[in-house]
Design a protein around this ligand. Structure first.
Ligand SMILES: NC(=O)c1ccc[n+]([C@@H]2O[C@H](COP(=O)([O-])OP(=O)(O)OC[C@H]3O[C@@H](n4cnc5c(N)ncnc54)[C@H](O)[C@@H]3O)[C@@H](O)[C@H]2O)c1
Length: 258
């Protein structure tokens, strides 16, 4: 049990694909902290896994939501409104780029590949925040997105995903500025490499992960659970004064020059 009490809070988590998803680690932490939950999955193909993962959970709402579809996003929030009336927490843990865009020369990024990566991985936070905000009033709430340091530095293999993360982090700041007066905080967690479905699409991912552990001040990789704990912090009253921040959860890797 985590020492954070989210009883009486309702949380919506976007992006559970399987048991390795960062979204799943966060959903479990929110659940253990007492929050009621809605979990979204991308499409029918993933439904069975998410149903299995949440077996035995009372009162969880499972919703299909392809974030490229405005109607899906609207329907998911409508369902949450019907189920809970309001909302305290949203976790955006969604990203995608075509495999052929994750590697090779960045200058060869295609228009369609760029559009798709930015649409799914960055734009989607905007309508999600737009629909979440009225449900978070008047108490306020917390929106958390997942990012990676490729937003700032060049990581071979990340290519257009670095561009998408740069856009996402900028959105976090703009949304934090816009929604702050409503008591809605918007932050991002920048995790080090974790072995997930999305990460497997990155060429040389496992070597990069090893390099991280060698260089990081803590001498290891961060874990899923550590990202989930930081998410709990951002979603709870402990972080009531924190907004517009990109918080690294990367065993300290981000401070190292070499
Ligand atoms: N794994 C890492 O090393 C790492 C590091 C830092 C940040 N992140 C970020 O964490 C987040 C979660 O990724 P993950 O590593 O847990 O991998 P994951 O594959 O488990 O999660 C990615 C999710 O995005 C969803 N998704 C893709 N296209 C979608 C669409 N059109 N509509 C709705 N959902 C869609 C997938 O279904 C999946 O659930 C991503 O934003 C990722 O960039 C991952």
């Amino acid at each position: 049990m985590y020492p954070v009490d989210l009883q009486g809070k309702y949380a919506m988590v976007f992006g559970v694909a399987n048991h390795k998803s960062i979204a799943w680690a966060i959903a479990q932490a929110l659940h253990q902290a007492g929050a009621r939950l809605a979990i979204t999955y991308q499409d029918e193909r993933l439904k069975e896994r998410v149903v299995k993962l949440t077996e035995g959970w009372d009162d969880v709402l499972l919703l299909e939501c392809d974030v490229t579809k405005d109607d899906d996003i609207a329907a998911a929030f409508q369902a949450v409104k019907g189920h809970a009336g309001g909302l305290s927490v949203v976790v955006h843990s969604v990203a995608f780029a075509l495999r052929e865009e994750l590697g090779g020369d960045f200058s060869k990024t295609s228009r369609d590949g760029f559009r798709m990566a930015l649409d799914i991985s960055a734009y989607s936070l905007i309508p999600i925040a737009r629909y979440a905000a009225p449900l978070m009033e008047p108490e306020g709430g917390s929106i958390v997105a997942l990012t990676f340091i490729a937003s700032e530095r060049v990581f071979p293999g990340y290519n257009v995903m670095g561009t998408a993360k740069a856009a996402l982090e900028n959105e976090v700041k703009q949304l934090a500025a816009e929604l702050g007066h409503k008591g809605i905080r918007v932050n991002a967690l920048s995790s080090g490499p974790l072995d997930t479905l999305a990460a497997r699409g990155i060429h040389g991912f496992l070597d990069m992960k090893r390099g991280y552990a060698e260089r990081a001040p803590l001498g290891r990789n961060n874990t899923h659970e550590e990202v989930a704990k930081a998410a709990l912090f951002l979603c709870s009253d402990l972080a009531s004064g924190v907004t517009g921040v990109v918080l690294p959860v990367d065993a300290g890797y981000h401070i190292m020059a070499v």
